[in-house]
Every structure is written in structure tokens, then in C-alpha cells.
Design a protein around this ligand. Structure first.
Ligand code: SAM
Length: 266
């Protein structure tokens, strides 16, 4: 099956096969940091959540690193599998399913996690579970590399005043119940509900779930479509670390914590 070649030939920004947005065919700066940091540890075990066609997984596998690549969409994993040379196949574990609801990994078993352009499609309760689960499965000192769409995209300009009015007051100021209201031309390629994040919201979330934030930045991506392009802040990214010692205490302390209210979701 030559699905991979057809897809590569046809597009710059690649649409997902399950209407979960787009993938850039090149690494952005946060994904590049994931790859560069991870490949220094050839004995490590890395997790790429929502790996798509494997833009971040492939360079690591080609460097001889072991990657667990998971995605909701089996066809994405099929494309990725086609691109892996036969002699590297033993380095990849393909997991089709929903993270965190269906993909289960042992605690303290993963060295770094890549979560690129996935979080903005998850509802608040799943976002909380995602952070908690990643925190558990990472080894102490392991890092999470995370990117999302930001509210500063040209297609979201009519949403921006709503976002700005909520950003200091609400837990999820970037919550968009129906993306078709703001991006009708792309709505058929996106999940209905989206939550866009600025850098501060990502930092707040990561900190709340026990991570230590190492870096946080807005950024743009190579090949960004013109109707998304605004001013270089189209995406938000953070790199955060599970502290080596505090982790067990943090998990114990938060076991019985009641879920916080999503103030802007009524
Ligand atoms: C916009 S694409 C990003 C792909 C890749 N990470 C990248 O940055 O180019 C989002 C991907 O995440 C997958 N995805 C969305 N929600 C997921 C979930 N809960 N668990 C696993 N994969 C998910 C989608 O199937 C899709 O392949």
C-alpha cells in the first residue's frame, strides 16, 4: 500500500485522515527539542501521543531509539509503519487507541513524551486525565514536550475578543464549543469542540499537575496556511519536567482531590 507516498506528494500541510486537523511535514521547535533531547539517550523509551504520520517518531527510530507511537487513527499508524525501514521495525511499538482512555503504560516507564497538536481537541476532563497519566508514566526527570493551537490565528480573529475578556477569569478561556462558528471553511476537517491555549495557560496547567516548566513559547510553523497566519504566535508550546523526587508526594497528595469546575462550560 502506497498511501504514505500519495499523501506526501499532495500537500504541504497534511490533513489528518480522521478530521483531526493538520500535520506539518516538518518538525516545529518543540518537536525538534523532543527529538534532539531524546536521541541523546539511545537506551530510552519515548512516547509520541497522537503521532499522526510520525514526523517526530521517525527521526528517533532512525537514530535507533525505541518509540511507542500511539494514535486514534489506524490509517495514520499504517502510513507511519510503511515509512520505517525493515531493520528498524523492532524499535517501534504502534498503539492504536485513545490516550489516556485506552492506552495504558506502566508508571515511571517512559523517558520523554511528545504531545503535539492534540491537546486542543480534548475536553477539559480528558485534559486533566491526560496530564495526570503522563505525569505517572514519565520517569522522574522525564520531560513532556507539548504544543497546541493558540488563540492568535487569523481565522480566530472574531473569537479573540471573547478569549481576551475571559482569559483572567475563566479556567478554559480558549474553549470553543463549535469551531464552525469561527472557521467555517475548515470546520469539516476539525473536531467540533476545540480549546486553544496561550503560553500562560499551558504553564498554569503543567504546574497544576506537578510539572516544572523549563521553557514556554509562542511560535509559528513552516508552511502555515495563509488564512491561519497572524503574527508568529499561532501556536503555543511548553517543555516541562516531572521532578525527580517530588513526584510520589505530589501523586499521593492529589489522589483524593475533587475535580475543579470548568468555569466557562455551562
Ligand atoms: C493535528 S494531528 C497532529 C499529529 C502530529 N502529532 C503532528 O504534530 O504533526 C492530531 C493527531 O492526534 C490524534 N489524536 C487526537 N486525539 C487523540 C487521542 N485522544 N489519543 C490518541 N491520538 C489522538 C489524531 O488522530 C491525529 O493523528
Amino acid at each position: 500500500m502506497k498511501l504514505a507516498r500519495n499523501i506526501q506528494d499532495s500537500f504541504d500541510y497534511l490533513p489528518t485522515l480522521n478530521n483531526m486537523g493538520y500535520m506539518s511535514p516538518s518538525l516545529d521547535q518543540i518537536q525538534l527539542a523532543f527529538v534532539n533531547e531524546s536521541k541523546r539517550n539511545s537506551k530510552g523509551r519515548f512516547l509520541d501521543i497522537g503521532c499522526g504520520f510520525g514526523v517526530a517518531t521517525l527521526p528517533l527510530v532512525n537514530e535507533g531509539c525505541h518509540v511507542i507511537a500511539c494514535d486514534l487513527e489506524a490509517r495514520h499508524l499504517e502510513v507511519l509503519n510503511e515509512k520505517i525501514p525493515a531493520e528498524k521495525k523492532s524499535l517501534i511499538t504502534l498503539e492504536q487507541g485513545h490516550f489516556p482512555n485506552e492506552i495504558c503504560l506502566p508508571e515511571n516507564s517512559v523517558d520523554n513524551v511528545n504531545l503535539s497538536m492534540v491537546l486542543h481537541f480534548l475536553p477539559p476532563s480528558v485534559i486533566r486525565k491526560t496530564f495526570t497519566t503522563i505525569f505517572k508514566i514519565l520517569k522522574g526527570g522525564g520531560k513532556l514536550f507539548l504544543t497546541t493551537s493558540s488563540p492568535y490565528q487569523a481565522t480566530l480573529s472574531s473569537f479573540l475578543p471573547t478569549y481576551e475578556s475571559k482569559r483572567e477569569l475563566y479556567e478554559w478561556p480558549g474553549y470553543i464549543a463549535d469551531i464552525a462558528e469561527y472557521v467555517p471553511q475548515r470546520a469539516h476537517l476539525l473536531p467540533k469542540m476545540n480549546i486553544v491555549f496561550c503560553v500562560n495557560e499551558l504553564k498554569r496547567l503543567a504546574t497544576k499537575f506537578g510539572f516544572y516548566v523549563l521553557d514556554a513559547t509562542f511560535f509559528s510553523r513552516v508552511g502555515i496556511p495563509e488564512d491561519l497566519r497572524l503574527d508568529g504566535r499561532e501556536y503555543s508550546g511548553i517543555i516541562c519536567e516531572k521532578p525527580r523526587e517530588a513526584s510520589v508526594v505530589f501523586l499521593e497528595k492529589n489522589k483524593a482531590a475533587p475535580p475543579t469546575q470548568a468555569a466557562n462550560i455551562r
